[in-house]
Each structure stands twice: as C-alpha cells, then as structure tokens.
Design a protein around this ligand. Structure first.
Ligand SMILES: *Cc1c(COP(=O)(O)O)cnc(C)c1O
Length: 354
C-alpha cells in the first residue's frame, strides 16, 4: 500500500497521473517511443505543451483576458529574479511573509529598490501582516500567497491599483480566487501540480516591455512568449506530468471542487490540533494555511514515541522544515481525506497512551 504522503515538496501526485506518466515513459502516444526520446518539436509534444498552457489558464479562469501561460525552467527561485529583471524599473513593494518572500526581496535588490511594506519576521513568520500602506510610485507589489514553511496563507489581498505579482507555488489550483487581480502569477510545479523541473508562469502580456535594461533571452518573458514556451528545449517530462495533473483536476470539477475537499482536510486536522492537549498549532489561527499545517508537541519528550507511531502508520513527510522543526502536514490537492484521518487517528492514539 502506498504511504500517506504529507511531503511538502516534491509532493504527492494523483495515482492515475503517476500511472499514465509511467506508461508515457515506455510508450508515448502509441508511437512505440518514449516521451523522453522524441523531439520537443514533434506534434505529439507540441500538443502536450499547448494543452498544458490552455488548461492552466482555463482552470484559473483567465482565458481570453490577455493572459498567457508559460512552462519555464529554473524553479520558482528563478522567478524571484526574472520578475525583477523584466518588471522592476526603479522600485517595487514586497510583503515579507517568510523564507521564500525574503529570497524574492533579496533578488529584487539586484535590480532596484525593493521596499518591504511589512514583515512578520518579528513573530517567526507565524502570521500574515495586514493593514500596511502601499507605497506610491512602485512598479509592482509582490507577495507569497502561501507560506509553505511556516504554514500561513493570505486570505485576502490588498485592494490596490498597483500591479500585483504573486508566488503561488504552494497553493495554486487549491482554492478559488479572482486570479485576474494579479498581473503575474508563478508557481514551481512540485508543490501542487507536478514533478520538480518546471515552473508555471501566468502573465498579463501588457505589463511587459516597460523596462529599459537589456534582458538575456533565457530570462526574458517576451522571448518565451513569442516562442510559445519552446524557446529552448522545455522540461518535457515535468510539463507532461503537469498537464496530466491539470486534466485530472479538471475532470474532478476544477478548483471549485478541490477547494471543498481541501477545506475538509484542513478542518479535520486543525480541529484535532486544537482539541488534543498534546499538540499546539504554530500559525496564527486566522492565517492558517489549508495546504501546510504546522504544529508542535506541547511536551517534546513525546517526540520519539510520536515519530515512531506515525511512521508505523505508514505516514511520510511529517517533519517540519529544517529551519523551524516541529511538524508540518502538507495537504496538497492529491492527498486524500483518508490520509488526514490516518494522521488524526495517530494523534488520538498518542493521547490515549499519554
Ligand atoms: C518551494 C517554494 C519555492 C522554491 O521553489 P523552487 O522550485 O525550489 O525554486 C518558492 N516559493 C514558494 C512559496 C515555495 O513553496
């Protein structure tokens, strides 16, 4: 039996996606060739890329609204610098909600003034700052919708006329939002969409072409858009698996459907964290992430026992990020509700044992 996989990333993928992906490695499209050994310019792969880009826009409700989708290399981390390279003229505003936002701010400083509008660093990034003011004359506002490491999530976004850029690596396709509020959204595939190796970038085309500097081709959104995400050899396998996952999600009923399941899973686990006297949650309640639940044992002496118990229950990936410790249960789209129940059962058993 497959383990209950709470890994934060790379993370769980739907069984049927893994099945189809493994078939494509051996014989793709009934052509008696592997997906890994055909030209990315061949029709079957061009169709995959096209389909993946269309599905991404469709699921986000961004078709025919001036947006294009790209599948690029280099992880979300490359987007930290690409965003600034392509869009930062003089100054940009950043909301600092954790490790990933901090890294984005650091890269932006190479290109101009990056103003930190607010930060939750004072309390170990356990909450989402609110009520900050948007500085005047900035090129864009950048935020991280879900803080994968500390387990917080933005429930609302600033009402502003400033162009909004969002790193949605760990909660894209997990909840309904008005995605047209954002001019650029990016997400590394390995959190909620596919394997590591590709990054989805959704761009409103009219925001480009406004900086003076020369941009190297590989880091230039316009180049990738003109070449329909095929400027160089794309990461064919990660794009294919992402496409399969997006097809899986569409068939289930899209974001509207999966959001309900995600809320059920999160509610089941947070209810137990709050009820069980042996555990305490890490993040501020109103800012809790429905994707990554962070929690600690009240008494660390129980750690060895608890660790043995969840491992025996066939659970994987529950350790907190190496920078914060404790526990983190990542409940991405493909994680079934029964896996969360299995974890809750272990937490209750620990309570009974004392
Ligand atoms: C994991 C993660 C990243 C980094 O992604 P890479 O693909 O490893 O570069 C960036 N932002 C968020 C929110 C993440 O969860």
């Amino acid at each position: 039996m497959k383990k209950h996989n709470f890994s934060a990333g790379p993370c769980i993928l739907p069984e049927e996606v893994l099945q189809k992906a493994s078939e494509a490695i051996l014989n793709f499209n009934d052509d008696d060739l592997s997906l890994l050994e055909i030209s990315h310019r061949s029709k079957p792969f061009v169709d995959v890329m096209e389909n993946a880009r269309c599905l991404a826009l469709e699921l986000l409700g961004l078709e025919n609204k001036g947006y294009k989708a790209l599948f690029l290399h280099g992880g979300a981390s490359t987007q930290f610098l690409m965003v600034a390279y392509n869009l930062l003229n003089k100054k940009a505003a950043y909301l600092n909600t954790g490790t990933w936002s901090s890294k984005a701010i650091k890269e932006a400083k190479l290109f101009g003034d990056s103003i930190e509008v607010a930060s939750s660093k004072d309390k170990g990034f356990s909450y989402i700052p609110k009520g900050y003011e948007m500085p005047k004359g900035v090129d864009y506002f950048h935020c991280t919708s879900n803080n994968t490491i500390y387990g917080t999530q933005m429930k609302s976004f600033p009402k502003t006329s400033v162009s909004m850029i969002c790193d949605m690596s760990s909660d894209i396709f997990s909840r309904q939002l008005d995605f047209s509020k954002f001019d650029l959204i990016y997400a590394g595939a390995q959190k909620n969409m596919g394997p590591a190796g590709t990054t989805l970038v959704v761009i409103k085309e009219d925001i480009l072409g406004k900086v003076e500097r020369q941009i190297p081709s590989m880091l230039n959104y316009q180049v990738h858009l003109e070449k329909e995400s095929m400027f160089n050899t794309p990461p064919v396998f990660p794009v294919y698996v992402s496409m399969l996952t997006l097809e899986w999600l569409k068939k289930l009923g899209g974001i509207e459907f999966i959001e309900k399941v995600n809320n059920q899973k999160a509610s089941l686990l947070y209810t137990e964290i709050d009820r069980n006297p042996l555990f305490k949650g890490y993040a501020n309640k109103e800012d809790r992430s429905i994707m990554n639940a962070t929690f600690n044992l009240v008494d660390n002496k129980l750690q060895a026992t608890f660790d043995t118990m969840w491992k025996e229950a066939h659970i994987n990936g529950l350790n907190g990020h190496r920078s914060v410790g404790g526990y983190r249960a990542s409940m991405y789209n493909a994680l079934p509700l029964y896996s969360v129940q299995a974890l809750v059962d272990v937490m209750q058993e620990l309570e009974r044992k004392g």
